[in-house]
Design a protein around this ligand. Sequence first.
Ligand SMILES: [Zn+2]
Length: 120
Amino acid sequence: MNNRRNAARREEKLQQRLEAGFVATHFPEVASIVVSMIYNQRGIKKSLLRTLNFFPSSCALFRAECLCKDCVDGGFDLNQVITAMIRNHRGDAKGELSCEGNGPSADHSAIVYEVAIQYS
Ligand SMILES: [Zn+2]
């Protein structure tokens, strides 16, 4: 991937964050969101734990990155899960997601997630 394309991608990501706005703007009733994830990457036996924290001042862009380095447009989109939870005022949810990206390599990861939302 050349530099110009990298720069364009970075700009695109920044633009996405700007457009997403803040958690407080979209979901004023939310005090905090904690996403606990267990990554399972194909070919690697050891799974990895990761936690994402969102606060009212965070960007309302609920995405987790794929662990695969060559991943193109991949990652895990938790926007729908979290938005639906807030709409129903649910405190917790569990599920599984696979990477939605497509890259040259086949070692995309999958996650088992748990979301916990605190309302103010
Ligand atoms: Zn991937």
